[in-house]
Design a protein. Sequence first.
Length: 130
Amino acid sequence: MRLKSKGFTLIEAMIAMVLLLVGILAVSRLFTAAVFARQKAQNLTIAQNVITAKFEDMRQTRFDLLQSRFPSPFYVTDPAVPTRNIGTGTITMTPAGTTNRVMVVTIQVEIGRVISSRTILKSTTYIAER
């Protein structure tokens, strides 16, 4: 006469625990990747906002005062804590053509102190004398 088992064996329980552990590790890696992706997206947004604001300020400035009003390098501050520097930026202005009435302006912003989360964004535009 054979007895019916009413539970799990030790091997079955260990296999279930290993499978559960593999699932938990996979989910934890997803969380880590999501945190890095969120930080990168936040840095890109801040960098793009800084570049856009600088270009808009330049467009409102008299052409002959561009070089003196926008020093390079400059610091990028945290929007949430304006007293905290989170990066740096550089502005390069070079005359375009022979008339010196148009400038090629390149702004590069670098945000992040840790290499793995450092974000560099570069943008170029033309600003003409009005």
